[in-house]
Design a protein around this ligand. Structure first.
Ligand SMILES: Cc1cc2nc3c(=O)[nH]c(=O)nc-3n(C[C@H](O)[C@H](O)[C@H](O)COP(=O)(O)OP(=O)(O)OC[C@H]3O[C@@H](n4cnc5c(N)ncnc54)[C@H](O)[C@@H]3O)c2cc1C
Length: 458
């Protein structure tokens, strides 16, 4: 029996655990830092309610980092607390991805994986779609007043309505957001993948347990360390997310050599962990509105224009203020993640470098001006100071353990997530995506975890 230990029961970890435990010749043990509610019935209702975003200052279900950055810390990870938006990136992103990591990640190769995953209630019958898969996809039919007005404003401005934002052809325009919502319930990967597999005798989930370090013997991983002890396994799959996966590798001696030495960590394998990361910087265009927010999923419509996504949020983040988010989906500038300390209690540092590129600032200014035009308002001036004041994160950090060939000096893992230079260690989550994605990352995370798990079970 092969023993596989998965670090993190987040979006990717749930999928990996469910797929790998279909193999009766394998035992699968998952360590999750947050609570692992043993049955779906024990999930607090706010996690099932897709109109709630349980990430506020009072939430105990998130990791917190500077700059309002949060990640889910519970069974289901960020996929258990997110906005349920589930959109596939366009073919161009997979062309870029496969150019650095091989044909396994071409659009033609990943499309069948996306199709098999979905049970699209609106387009399951259409080419390039799926019905009967584990992930229910639906789109809002009864819109909030604010969303309906946004759609009218887009039409009046000449933007086409795209009936299906997940159509393989993809194109610019506004459309209803495909949502992982079924019968009014948020359906993240814990619900769609992990809970249905929980009864398997070869699958164990241990919650409230943070893995602090990987245990290595020479260049082979042999187990993990956590506050209460050590657990050994034949194979480790790290699914701790873009921030914590990178932090765990660096703390274990797999990372930039100078950083490891300065932290007093023994160098096991020099690797550019954290040297590149990307997010979707978002500018919030806000304006007063005395109508109360109606309960709804955070986004019912989005407008896609090349590398910009306009997001008319149904909720008010500040009472009395409406917000349209202008997100840059293909930024030129990239950030860096480093550790300030080898102590696992000290959070990683992330220097996003969001507005470093002239082009990125120009595109965000154009997006903000377009939003003001749509709304029939003026923002004056839209200069760099205004951008900085209204800048935030989309919570879409990725790329800290980039995928690529062994001779690619930017690469940490190979095309299947296996860490270069280390045996029996795989990273399989959003941290390994080597290019910016032009859409939110949830659909891609689930697809990539499925593709890697499929390879591991054959
Ligand atoms: C508030 C919010 C809203 C979002 N909305 C959307 C959206 O609507 N659509 C979209 O496409 N994307 C959205 N995203 C992004 C998307 O949810 C994430 O990118 C995706 O879930 C990442 O999956 P992952 O498996 O890489 O990491 P995660 O899902 O974050 O999983 C990592 C898991 O590992 C655990 N973990 C971490 N470190 C350790 C450790 N040392 N030991 C044990 N366990 C550990 C964590 O607790 C967590 O459960 C949102 C993100 C956030 C935070």
């Amino acid at each position: 029996m092969t023993s596989t230990l998965i670090v993190g029961a987040g979006s990717a970890g749930c999928v990996l655990a469910a797929r790998l435990s279909t193999d009766p010749a394998r035992s699968v043990h998952v360590f999750e830092a947050g609570p692992a509610f043993p049955t779906m019935g024990q999930l607090p209702y706010e996690l099932l309610d897709p109109t709630s975003l349980p990430v506020g200052p009072e939430s105990r279900l998130v990791w917190r980092y500077p700059g309002n950055l949060v990640r889910g810390k519970l069974i289901g990870g960020s996929g258990a607390i997110n906005g349920s938006y589930f959109i596939r990136p366009p073919a161009a992103d997979f062309a870029a991805w496969s150019s650095v990591a091989g044909p396994r990640w071409s659009f033609e190769a990943v499309l069948p994986v996306f199709c098999d995953l979905e049970d699209d209630r609106d387009f399951g019958w259409a080419p390039g779609h799926g019905a009967g898969g584990p992930i229910p996809i639906s789109r809002t039919r009864d819109f909030t007043t604010f969303s309906a007005e946004f759609a009218q404003q887009c039409t009046a401005a000449g933007f086409p309505e795209i009936p299906d934002l997940n159509a393989p052809t993809g194109s610019d325009g506004f459309g209803r957001v495909p949502l992982t919502v079924s019968n009014g319930l948020r359906s993240g990967p814990a619900v769609t993948h992990l809970y249905p597999a929980m009864h398997r005798p070869n699958l164990t989930i241990t919650g409230d347990t943070t893995v602090t370090r990987l245990l290595l013997r020479g260049n082979r991983v042999i187990g993990v360390e956590w506050a209460g002890g050590r657990t050994y396994a034949d194979q480790i799959v790290v699914c701790a997310g873009a921030i914590e996966s990178a932090a765990l590798l660096i703390r274990s001696g797999i990372g930039p050599e100078a950083q490891l030495r300065s932290l007093g960590i023994e160098v096991v394998q020099p690797a550019p962990v954290g040297a590149w990361c990307t997010d979707h910087p978002e500018i919030g265009v806000e304006f007063p509105d005395d109508q109360p927010a109606e309960p709804a999923v955070p986004l019912e419509y989005v407008l896609e224009i090349d590398d910009l996504e306009l997001r008319p949020y149904t909720r008010m983040f500040t009472p009395g203020l409406r917000r349209i988010g202008v997100a840059l989906m293909h930024p030129e500038s990239s950030g860096e993640l480093t550790l300030a300390s080898a102590d696992p209690r000290v959070p990683a540092r992330i220097d996003h470098r969001y507005l470093h590129s002239d082009r990125d600032r120009a595109r965000l200014r154009e997006g903000a001006a377009l939003t003001a035009d749509l709304l029939g308002r003026r923002i004056d001036p839209i200069d760099d100071a205004w951008l900085h004041t209204n800048l935030g994160t989309s919570q879409h950090l990725s790329g800290t353990c980039r995928m690529g060939a062994a001779d690619d000096e930017r690469a940490v893992v190979d095309e299947l997530g296996r860490v270069h230079g280390i045996e029996a260690l795989t990273v399989a989550d959003l941290s390994i995506v080597p290019v910016p994605l032009r859409r939110g990352p949830q659909a891609t995370t689930v697809m990539l975890a499925t593709a890697i798990a499929d390879h591991m079970v054959v």
